[in-house]
Write a protein that binds this ligand. Sequence first.
Ligand code: SF4
Length: 176
Amino acid sequence: MTNTEQQSFPGQIHELPSGGIVLSKLDDIINWARSNSLWPLTFATSCCGIEYMSVAGAKYDFSRFGFEVARASPRQADVIIIAGTIVNKMAPVLKRLYDQMGDPKYVIAMGACAISGGPFFYNTYSVVKGADHVIPVDVYVAGCPPRPEALLHALISLQEKIKSGLTREQIKTAKV
Ligand code: SF4
């Protein structure tokens, strides 16, 4: 292990001439492994999706943190990033995708549209005024659109909270 990996590993590593041993709690290791392999479901519905894509690109490169395995199937995903506007016709589809994801699962609402309907809050009959009317949201990323750094920060914050063993109920309010 490198020094950085040793610092983030939840336990004590004792180097021995024949190899080494690790002392830790099973829950801590599971949370550590889970937080470092969050696979996002591809769910970009409008302009925020472009910023989401740039986070996956070479400049921001979210694969550095273990998020690179974006899945097209909800059954293989841990976190859904709602990047864009949700219209009423799309709401049942979002709910079905969420239901098909295995537990534990997490939800990030990216941008004003996913948080509250954004610029479509007034005078639009067809837009859902916040994804949390459809499924529970764990992390909100403000902006129209949020910058890629903001989404990266949200992902890393979620990662830290999972690593520290917080439940979904605690994740919403806990500070990292
Ligand atoms: S929040 Fe702004 S940038 Fe994002 S989908 Fe809505 S209108 Fe587009």
